[in-house]
Ligand binder design. Structure first.
Ligand SMILES: [Zn+2]
Length: 470
């Protein structure tokens, strides 16, 4: 892994010369020479520099004295530059020209895109403007597809979870849902699955809003609600196009949910995302969307829930003893006695001890018992017992395991998961893993699986998930 360290951990941000202690006041603030540089060059510089810093978004916030530029790195907004008032108008106009927006209109919100070479870099940016009392606020989203192209195996799934995912995508029909809040990298996971399934013998059609990444060989449809091309209407047409696999960008309404379920029980593999936190919530949400229980029980193949947390820098991480509270959480959730865990320090290769992000997942592969429970309207508490009693590793268990491995810290995990709300009385991890293994013994013994199992090790790559699914 050390050989790949530079590419894996990406670009490095630090203008500080100090490399020793925690960089709590890490300074990335830049100033530009507006007197001697053309605004076009300065805007290009800001965009390219932000991409180099692995930022996911660039914000141009109008203030009374000009513009505050902030960039989002690893999920956190940081002040990047303060632009003087006399440049304000020119800068906003330049960005709007680049994005193909109407520069004579500043009273209504606009959307635009920048897809071109800037300083020899291919960039793909979404731009949006919003009029505020201090001027137009512009946000540029940087789209970066590198993560989706690295493959499903690099998304941080534990070995058990990856096996479950591979099993669900090997099914010829059914629905696979990737769930999580906004900005949890759902699209990255969906695109990674699609790329894996993208072979010449399969007709894959997607309906998306927006299309976040072009995949050669896949028919992608952009939703245009203004002219009546919604998820639901597109789906009806797609079904007449002899698809094998259908990807629906997001299930947002009852009608889409119902068509998705019907498509999956008529012999199609349907992939989609939905805004829910856990596998259990997802089932409830679908039933709330008036999807018939018996159809859902038949259709649902699996649910992948995920959250993102900051990835600990492997170069400078240190260790510390666990607090009594942490010890208790490890004991109750994993049935392990953990006396020491990793903590963030900070060095010239990271941001305050962290670099990139890592996903925490919960993967539910439905078995007949769970299907029957859905169909027969089993009580929520009993369904919970069934889901987590049959070897589903909870998101908390997955996260705590990643804390033990030094991929993230307890502090960051707590920000992503409300531990006090989580079910700590579940089975220990060892027990869960044993049950999971038992349930997976029927795993197809294909070459693909063997290959994956060989490849799969515990090194998780850095996630730059930020760009998708805001
Ligand atoms: Zn570091």
């Amino acid at each position: 892994m050390d050989n790949n360290a530079n590419t894996i951990y990406g670009d490095i941000i630090n203008n500080n010369e100090t490399t020793n202690t925690t960089n709590k006041n890490e300074n990335i603030i830049k100033s530009f020479d507006y007197e001697n540089t053309a605004i076009t060059d300065t805007v290009n510089l800001i965009i390219v520099d932000s991409i180099d810093r692995n930022a996911s978004d660039i914000h141009f916030n109008p203030t009374e004295t000009g513009i505050d530029i902030r960039i989002r790195i690893d999920g956190e907004l940081r002040l990047y530059s303060k632009v003087p008032d006399y440049v304000k108008k020119n800068m906003i106009t330049r960005i709007k020209i680049l994005a193909g927006m109407n520069i004579t209109e500043s009273r209504i919100p606009q959307d635009g895109a920048i897809k071109q070479k800037i300083q020899d870099k291919d960039v793909d940016l979404r731009v949006s403007s919003l009029p505020t009392n201090l001027g137009e606020n512009i946000v540029i989203r940087i789209l970066d597809y590198t993560m989706s192209n690295k493959g499903l195996e690099t998304l941080g799934f534990s070995e058990t979870n990856l096996q479950k995912v591979n099993k669900m995508i090997a099914e010829p029909n059914g629905i696979i849902l990737v769930t999580g809040a906004t900005g949890t990298g759902k699209s990255t996971t969906v695109y990674s699955i699609l790329q894996k399934l993208n072979t010449i013998d399969r007709n894959i059609i997607t309906v998306e809003d927006p299309i976040e990444m072009n995949i050669p060989g896949v028919n992608q449809v952009q939703v245009i609600s203004d002219i009546g091309l919604t998820f639901a209407t597109s789906l009806r047409s797609i079904l007449r196009q002899d698809p094998d696999i259908i990807m629906i960008g997001e299930i947002r309404d009852d009608e889409t949910a119902r068509i998705a379920v019907r498509a999956s029980i008529t012999g199609h593999l349907v992939l989609s995302t939905i805004h829910t936190n856990t596998a259990l919530n997802t089932i409830e949400r679908l039933l709330d969307m008036s999807v018939e229980r018996y159809l859902l029980g038949t259709a649902l193949t699996g649910i992948i829930s995920q959250k993102l947390t900051k990835k600990l820098c492997p170069y400078c991480r240190g260790t510390r003893p666990t607090t009594p509270y942490e010890k208790n959480v490890f004991k109750r959730s994993l049935n392990l006695d953990i006396n020491e865990i990793y903590e963030a320090k900070g060095c010239d290769k990271c941001h305050e001890g962290y670099q990139g992000r890592i996903a925490i997942q919960e993967v539910l592969l439905l078995n007949q018992e769970i299907r029957d429970a859905i169909t027969n309207n089993m009580k929520k508490e009993d369904l919970r017992e069934l889901v987590y009693g049959t070897g589903t590793i909870t998101m908390l268990q997955d996260g705590l395991t990643k804390v033990i491995n030094g991929d993230t810290t307890f502090e960051e995990l707590v920000k992503a998961i409300d531990i006090d709300d989580s079910d700590l009385t579940g089975k220990g991890l060892t027990e869960s893993l044993e049950i999971a293994e038992k349930n997976n013994t029927v795993l197809e013994n294909t070459e693909e699986f063997k290959e994956i199992n060989q490849k799969n090790d515990t090194d998780y790559e850095v996630f730059n998930f930020d760009f998708l699914n805001k």
